[in-house]
Design a protein around this ligand. Structure first.
Ligand code: NAD
Length: 364
């Protein structure tokens, strides 16, 4: 099969779906790889790197299997061949027009967001690989914006206490943010509604914040959190406010699948923070965890900065691409046979789960 690596067109996107090292592996297996000119530039891979790895430079959209990071626009969907396979972040929950266009174009589209989170699919879990990069970058962003040191410093000019960093939502991104802030010397605390993550929070050197506001466990299905009741939400906001006002930095990552992100940090709590404090909200795309969040922007209120960057994985484009490319390489194992030919087994649980254009008969 011909595998296409497109040049991403989304604003501020620097990642690429397949890195040269993985092109080489696919070519060795018998596949052909065609790479759009400049596809890897944002992730520091030139066209010549791809050529050296065995790819040709050309029209990636006409390939049999097209790999992308972001959902393609309608013009790019028109460039796909009928019967082609498309794999990437396709935002199936919100991108209704795009998915309809893909179905109409006769494309087998697989959304990496929809890969089931089962053990066998762990190496294909692009949500996790990119959330790790986002969590790391969130801690760096907070350290950069905070007009204080993260570590405790004892100098001839006096002693500086460590910054205190509170992370709300201790999934993949939150744990990485905690670990990174700790390595920078901050005093760290983690909070989540899923009680089973308390040990993971402690294992990265953070204190566990137990609010005791839930009627039953906050764990839902598939390892995710459940949506809280109204009474639980009100209690949670109230008790979190105390912890928020004590922190120099609050990093929020809380998401509930298919729902608007829960509000954990109220405007009132932000106003009560010390001047110079920083909130980094990673849930911006889902509406944000902070009442003052403006997705994609920095807002300053009462001398507190609320950042809600949407491009954090892209800011670490080299490693974000490398990890994402590895996720896709593993997924391709399910799409290609041993000789690199296209061979879709739609009875495979992972492919069936990830497919967003299957008709009912195909899924049965
Ligand atoms: P996510 O991005 O959906 O959510 C981030 C965190 O926010 C979660 O820890 C969630 O519990 C928390 N949260 C939701 N509502 C909250 C609220 N009101 N208050 C505080 N916190 C709230 O989750 P994620 O990071 O993608 O993954 C969550 C978990 O899924 C992981 O920790 C892991 O245990 C599991 N997981 C399993 C696999 C696998 O088996 N293949 C892969 C990835 C993750």
């Amino acid at each position: 099969a011909r595998i296409g690596v497109v040049a991403e067109t989304a604003p501020a996107e620097r990642r690429v779906a397949l890195v040269p090292a993985h092109v080489e592996r696919l070519v060795r297996q018998g596949a052909r790889v065609v790479c759009q000119p400049g596809a890897g530039a944002g992730a520091c891979h030139g066209d010549d790197d791809y050529e050296q790895a065995g790819a040709e430079i050309g029209d990636a959209w006409s390939a049999d299997v097209v790999l992308t990071v972001n959902p393609p626009g309608l013009t790019d969907i028109d460039r796909l061949s009928r019967g082609a396979v498309l794999i990437g972040f396709l935002a199936p929950a919100t991108n209704t027009d795009g998915i309809a266009a893909l179905r109409k174009a006769g494309v087998h589209a697989f959304a990496v967001e929809s890969v089931p989170r089962i053990s066998r699919a762990q190496s294909m879990d692009a949500l996790s690989s990119q959330a790790g990069v986002a969590g790391y970058r969130a801690a760096l962003l907070a350290a950069d914006r905070l007009p204080r040191f993260f570590p405790m410093l004892t100098t001839a000019a006096g002693t500086v206490p460590p910054a205190s960093v509170l992370v709300l939502g201790a999934g993949v991104a939150g744990l990485q943010a905690l670990a990174t802030a700790k390595r920078l010397g901050a005093r760290t605390t983690g909070y989540d509604v899923r009680p089973e993550v308390a040990d993971q929070v402690r294992s990265v050197g953070a204190a566990w914040l137990d609010l005791d506001v839930l009627d039953t466990s906050g764990s839902g299905t598939g390892g995710y959190a459940r949506e809280l009741s109204e009474a639980e939400r009100a209690r949670q906001q109230e008790r979190l406010s105390e912890a928020v006002t004590r922190a120099d930095v609050v990093i929020t990552t809380a998401l509930v699948p298919g729902r608007r992100a829960p509000t954990l940090v109220t405007a009132e709590a932000v106003r009560a923070m010390r001047p110079g404090s920083v909130v980094v909200d990673l849930a911006g795309e889902a509406g944000g965890n902070c009442e003052l969040t403006v997705p994609g922007e920095d807002v300053v209120v009462h001398d507190v900065t609320v950042c809600a960057p949407l491009d954090l994985p892209s800011r670490g484009a080299v490693h974000a691409s490398e990890l994402y490319s590895r996720n896709l390489l593993e997924l391709l194992e399910l799409v290609l046979d041993d000789e690199g030919r296209l061979s879709l087994d739609m009875s495979d649980e992972i492919l069936a789960g990830a497919c967003v254009t299957a008709t009912d008969e195909e899924v049965d």
